[in-house]
Design a protein around this ligand. Structure first.
Ligand code: SF4
Ligand code: SF4
Length: 181
């Protein structure tokens, strides 16, 4: 017994064990990245910052009705317009706000939108919208939902104001209109 105790005190078995663990993980693929220098690459279906197109929105309120926590606020009014010599009533969007700080990114608003392409979408690959003043800065009106003031787009991604499309946040897919400068 004394002999084994002496041997254990001379040979550093624990050190060898520890180095074995270090060696095993040294050659494994690293799970951590050096954020923000290195940014995680989002999947195509990743839901991040909202994209919004006022041009395509028909103020139908379907997205607001679909939202389970009622954080989309829409107001509109009717205006008379002349189409091919006939007077018609047209809905005009006055307000389209999303309280993004409360959003759970379920995507139900995007699914409910009837326009093609959709007028509201979350597959924008962009997730850098951190702010000190969350009540002010994470409440987006229709202007900021398009300009992305205060949001950093994922590298290579256009803002909605620059012509981002739901299926191609980085630029227009083949056959569609060119993105705006
Ligand atoms: S993604 Fe956000 S805004 Fe859209 S329906 Fe879900 S909770 Fe509401
Ligand atoms: S569902 Fe689409 S078109 Fe209808 S109000 Fe919402 S964003 Fe606009």
């Amino acid at each position: 017994m004394r002999f084994w105790g002496f041997l254990a005190s001379v040979i550093p078995f624990e050190l060898a064990q520890g180095l074995g663990v270090t060696g095993r993980f040294f050659f494994k693929r690293k799970a951590t990245i050096q954020y923000p220098e290195v940014k995680p690459v989002p999947k195509d279906r990743f839901r991040g910052m909202f994209g919004f197109s006022e041009e395509r929105c028909i103020a139908c309120h379907a997205c607001a009705k679909a939202c389970p926590i009622a954080i989309i606020h829409i107001q509109d009014h009717f205006e008379e317009v002349e189409v091919e010599g006939k007077k018609r009533k047209k809905k005009v969007l006055d307000r389209y706000d999303i309280d993004v700080k409360r959003c759970m990114f379920c995507g139900l608003c995007e699914e409910a939108c009837p326009t093609k392409p959709v007028a509201i979408w979350l597959t924008s690959k962009s997730y850098e919208a951190a702010a000190y003043e969350r009540n002010e800065r994470l409440y987006f009106d229709k202007g900021r939902l398009q300009s992305w003031d205060g949001v950093r787009p994922y590298p290579g991604v256009l803002t909605p104001a620059q012509g981002q499309l739901p299926e191609a946040p980085g630029g227009a897919p083949a056959g569609s209109a060119e993105p705006k400068p």
